[in-house]
Design a protein around this ligand. Structure first.
Ligand SMILES: O=C(O)CCC(=O)C(=O)O
Length: 253
């Protein structure tokens, strides 16, 4: 007898979700990853970031500048999938591969991962469009943002402007509020940011959003709650990265 195929994993999105995604530029895949898997992944990354002899690829850095010990749990790890098989498998989660295939109408390629540490007091990221940072042709960049714990406005959840992916690429300039946001990045200009809405999520939920959607995150204002997340970027199988040589495409198979 043939094993049953779990179509929910291979095709997790309903027609309504897909239509809403096209309209709003984002959707939330509820409970896409189990709490058990997230606990093991968080422990794995924590062990790497806590180690005396932390490998170079995991060391906290801002641009090309490596940072000191006190940034171990506040600054993201760039591209863990390139050196860490666990992170690579997290980028390839079948449910995410399936959702992207529904969005694109063909297979996606993984191009970037980031594990965000954001301990209490850590700043957020100012409003931006991911396509500003990752040029690809034709533009199909899509992000997934997995909540590695419950997130809300207290511990610095994501904010989005629904429908803003239809505005095209907008200018970005200096970050305006460096108390709230990381200073070394860029912030979108000429947009009414009071239109941003918070996106509270439960551990295991995944926010999928268009690379032109305007989004940001806020400072972690909690006294003792962490805000970790795993962020991946993908392109459609027929797109190519045109300006970032660090971003080699990975098959999700
Ligand atoms: O997780 C965050 O705080 C911000 C993530 C984000 O905006 C991004 O990766 O583009």
């Amino acid at each position: 007898m043939k094993p049953a195929i779990d179509t929910k994993v291979l095709q997790p999105l309903s027609d309504e979700q897909l239509a809403k995604y096209r309209q709003d530029g984002y959707l939330i895949l509820r409970q896409a990853c189990s709490a058990d898997l997230i606990d093991v992944y968080n422990a794995h990354i924590h062990a790497i970031r806590s180690a005396e002899d932390m490998p170079q690829w995991a060391r906290p850095r801002r641009g090309q500048q490596y940072l000191g010990d006190k940034e171990r749990f506040s600054v993201r790890i760039f591209h863990p999938h390139k050196n860490d098989g666990f992170s690579l498998q997290m980028m390839k989660l079948p449910v995410i591969r399936g959702a992207l295939r529904q969005i694109y109408g063909q297979e996606a390629l993984g191009i970037q991962t980031m594990y965000f540490y954001k301990d209490p007091g850590s700043p957020g990221q100012s409003a931006h469009q991911d396509y500003y940072y990752i040029k690809n042709e034709p533009n199909t960049i899509t992000a997934t943002w997995m909540a590695l714990e419950d997130v809300d406005t207290e511990n610095g959840c994501m904010h989005v402007i629904p429908g803003s992916h239809r505005l095209g690429l907008l200018p970005h300039g200096a970050v305006r509020n460096i108390q709230e946001h990381e200073a070394n990045l860029h912030e979108i200009e000429g947009v009414d940011l009071t239109r941003e809405i918070p996106v509270p999520m439960k551990k295991g939920d995944v926010l999928i959003f268009d690379g032109l959607l305007i989004h940001s995150s806020t400072r972690n204002r909690s006294a003792d709650r962490w805000r970790r997340s795993f962020v991946c970027h993908y392109i459609r199988g027929d797109s190519v990265i045109t300006d970032q040589r660090e971003l080699a495409p990975y098959s999700l198979a």
